[in-house]
Design a protein around this ligand. Structure first.
Ligand code: E4P
Length: 219
C-alpha cells in the first residue's frame, strides 16, 4: 500500500515528506507548467528528497519513441529513483519496452482501458496509471477499470506485472475504492492527502479531551 503525491511543488512535497508516509511523486506537463520552473531542476529537487528505492515520475513529451528515449535518458541520469512516464501510445509503448529492457522503470500514463493495461504489461512497464477522475468525467467507471486490470494481472502468467498506480484522484472515496479494487498505489493531489487525515468526530473528541484535561488535578 503506497501513497504518492501528484504535484510538482517542491516545497509542498518537502513538507509532506516530514510525515514519512509518502513513497513517491508523480508529475506531468500540466503540473510542471503550474510550477513555472525548468522541469529538469524540479525533478532534481524532488528526487533529492527521496531515497533511492522510491519513485519520482518524470514525464517525457515527444511524438516518437526515439525522442522519448532521449528525454528519458536525461531524466534517468539525475538519479536511480527516477521513473520515466510515457503516454499509452504505440510510440510510448515502444519507448517503454526499450527502457524496461534496460532496467529503467517506466510508468505508462493516461490509461483508460484494460487492453491498454495488457499492452503495458507486455511492454515491461513497472507502473500503469489508470485515470479515475477523467474516466468518471467521461461516463466510464475508473474504479471498475482498476478492478478489471487487477483481475487480469492476477490471472496472467507474467512474473512481475506492472504495479497499478491509481491517478486522477479527486476525492477521498476514490482513494478508499481504488484500494478496495486492488490498486497498489494511489497518487494524490496534496489537498486530498490533507483530507485523509481529517474526521469531524476526531476534532470533536480532541476538543472534549482538551476541556477535560484542563479539569484534571495536576500535581
Ligand atoms: C497522474 O500521474 C496524473 O499526473 C494526474 O493524476 C492527473 O490528474 P487530473 O486528471 O486530475 O489532471
Amino acid at each position: 500500500m503506497k501513497i504518492f503525491l501528484d504535484t510538482s511543488e517542491v516545497d509542498v512535497i518537502s513538507k509532506h515528506c516530514e510525515s514519512g508516509l509518502i513513497d513517491g511523486v508523480t508529475t506531468n506537463p500540466t503540473l510542471m507548467m503550474q510550477a513555472g520552473r525548468d522541469p529538469i531542476d524540479v525533478i532534481k529537487d524532488i528526487s533529492a528528497l527521496f531515497p533511492d528505492d522510491s519513485s519520482i515520475s518524470a514525464e517525457v513529451v515527444a511524438d516518437t519513441a526515439e525522442e522519448m528515449i532521449s528525454q528519458a535518458k536525461q531524466y534517468y541520469s539525475i538519479s536511480s529513483n527516477i521513473t520515466i512516464k510515457v503516454p499509452c501510445t504505440e510510440e510510448g509503448l515502444k519507448a517503454c519496452k526499450f527502457l524496461s529492457d534496460k532496467d529503467i522503470p517506466v510508468n505508462v500514463t493516461l490509461i483508460f482501458s484494460t487492453t491498454q493495461a495488457i499492452l503495458c504489461a507486455k511492454a515491461g512497464a513497472k507502473y500503469v496509471s489508470p485515470f479515475i477522475g477523467r474516466c468518471e468525467d467521461n461516463g466510464l467507471s475508473g474504479i471498475g477499470l482498476i478492478e478489471s486490470i487487477r483481475t487480469i494481472y492476477d490471472r496472467s502468467n507474467i512474473g512481475h506485472p506492472p504495479e497499478i498506480l491509481a491517478a486522477s484522484i479527486r476525492t477521498t472515496d476514490h482513494v478508499t475504492n481504488a484500494f478496495i479494487a486492488g490498486t497498489d498505489i494511489v497518487t494524490l493531489p496534496p489537498s486530498i492527502l490533507k483530507e485523509m487525515y481529517k474526521h469531524a468526530l476526531t476534532d470533536q473528541g480532541i476538543d472534549q479531551f482538551d476541556k477535560d484535561w484542563k479539569l484534571v488535578n495536576h500535581k
